[in-house]
Design a protein around this ligand. Structure first.
Ligand code: ATP
Ligand code: MG
Ligand code: MG
Ligand code: MG
Length: 469
């Protein structure tokens, strides 16, 4: 059985052997894109290469890209602990052609890797294509020999990729692995496609057109390829596991969590161990790439992830900070592939420990307050907004943390009530502000403060403030 490390190397070596330049993962904080919260796909570092604004000394590349999907357009935070296939941090393996090969070669390379190098049984694989992409469907039939019923045509945006409202775009084709009848879920395009039986492993994007603002769409002179395959998902398949959290890498972190807490990794608190393992990875990689917990912007997303992990540590009965104790295991697993983890190891450890010790006390008290409040509610009555606001304002509970706890009880939250309490507090703060006496200046200051906070990342600031990330 191959390890995650070996599978990562095989992917990179296979494409290198096929004329692709091995390129390093770019950092999680995109270098020149303030509108993007975190790097969430392999193509992010190549955006300007695809549009032709930037030239590179190669026209084919292969990477394993660090990705975080915990906010903005792609947000898998709410999926962690609930699906077998989502992480907040994962590695996206990808091969890229910048105006070099196109659909047929991309399909051939992918198919040969999966079925020859990795030896996957052909009858477990199926693919989707965009509904009018006869070309891709034809290649799948010819190159892979797939029967028509395993080439599923999809008309939604799931199979049409675009960089934004304008710019390069095109159809995509996704490869799925059938994990077998025992698992709930239907094939792509069916009513229960969100189940975990048919798991999407690889997405091949065919950048074929350029979209213009007036609605005109033209063929790109040099069409390109962008692909993404989750390392953890393909590893699960190759290790004969259904669940990403059962692969060697994740399992070692989960076992460390079990050892530190003294709680069975597969018992009642299985989910808590998984959430901790996942959030440990995203938190550590974010710190290594220069994000620190704060009350705004990227730092607040990090804080929210950390606090969710800490709540699960609390569920495991941890009396003292524990998440930071798992850092050595993570560094053992991933430090060779990502030396920045080793370099930042002490910063990661200290940051986690400090955040955990600070939050510990208010977490305990806040959970008690929440327990008392829900104890007084009937059945599935929603939690009143003012309680959620108190947890947020006095006990440092990010709103999504409270919601996550309530989700476990099948209970909603009165969000309108939360917003009203927030508004009331802001008005009270305004009224109490003696300020400069210049009403107009003070109003402006408050408006700015509320709108911008103190960070430079304005692109998603409003998303953060509105709790959308
Ligand atoms: P899904 O539909 O399962 O959420 P996706 O369509 O959002 O996946 P893409 O944006 O196409 O995913 O990303 C390319 C590949 O990256 C996916 O085919 C999958 O293998 C992997 N991937 C995407 N999101 C995650 C995640 N949250 N955790 C682990 N792997 C992921
Ligand atoms: Mg997704
Ligand atoms: Mg998908
Ligand atoms: Mg996809």
């Amino acid at each position: 059985m191959s390890t995650t490390k070996e599978i990562r190397s095989s992917f990179l070596d296979y494409f290198a052997k096929n004329g692709h330049e091995k390129v390093e993962s770019s950092p999680l904080v995109p270098r020149n894109d303030p509108t993007l919260l975190f790097t969430n796909a392999g193509m992010v570092q190549f955006k300007n290469v695809f549009t032709g604004q930037e030239k590179r000394p190669y026209n084919r590349a292969v990477t394993t890209q660090k990705c975080v999907r915990a906010g903005g357009k792609h947000n898998d935070l709410e999926n962690v602990g609930y699906t077998a296939r989502h992480h907040t941090f994962f590695e996206m393996l990808g091969n890229f052609s910048f105006g070099d090969y196109f659909k047929d070669r991309a399909i051939e390379l992918a198919w040969n890797l999966l079925t020859r190098e990795f030896g996957l049984p052909k009858d477990k694989l199926l693919v989707t294509v965009y509904h009018d992409d006869d070309e891709a469907a034809g290649h799948w039939k010819k190159i892979a020999g797939l029967p028509d019923e395993k080439i599923i045509r999809i008309a939604t945006s799931d199979n049409f990729w675009s960089m934004g409202d304008t710019g390069p775009c095109g159809p995509c084709s996704e490869i799925f692995f059938d994990h077998g009848e025992g698992i709930p879920g239907g094939p792509p395009g069916s009513a229960d496609e969100d189940g975990d039986r048919f798991i999407e492993i690889w997405n091949l994007v065919f950048m074929q057109f350029e979209q213009f603002a007036e609605g005109r769409r033209e063929n790109l002179p040099r069409p390109s390829i962008d692909t993404g395959m989750g390392l953890e998902r393909i590893t699960a398949v190759l290790q004969g596991k259904h669940d990403n959290y059962d692969i060697d890498l994740m399992r070692h972190i989960i076992e460390a969590s079990a050892e530190v807490s003294g709680v069975d990794p597969d018992g009642e608190f299985k989910v808590s161990h998984r959430v901790i393992a996942d959030h440990l990875r995203s938190s550590s990689f974010l710190v290594a790439d220069g994000v620190l917990p704060s009350n705004e912007g990227r730092g607040y997303v990090l804080r929210r992830i950390m606090r969710r992990a800490m709540r699960h540590a609390h569920m495991l009965g941890a009396k003292d900070p524990m998440v930071y104790k798992l850092v050595p295991t993570l560094v053992d697993e991933m430090g060779d592939a990502f030396p920045e983890l080793k370099r930042a190891q002490s910063l990661i450890t200290e940051t986690l420990k400090l955040e955990e010790s600070r939050f510990k006390e208010t977490l305990d008290r806040g959970l008690k307050l929440l327990g008392d409040a829900t104890g007084k509610l009937g059945g599935n009555d929603p939690l009143p907004g003012d309680v959620a606001f108190k947890l947020y304002d006095t006990y440092g509970f990010p709103l999504d943390l409270t919601k996550d706890i309530l989700r476990g009880q099948n209970r909603d939250l009165d969000e309108a009530g939360f917003d009203a309490a927030m508004k009331k507090q802001k008005e009270a703060a305004r009224a109490a502000w003696s300020g400069s006496g210049e009403a107009a200046t003070d109003a402006l200051w408050f408006d700015l403060h509320e709108k911008l906070g103190a960070t430079e990342f304005l692109g998603y600031q409003t998303e953060v403030a509105e709790g959308k990330v």
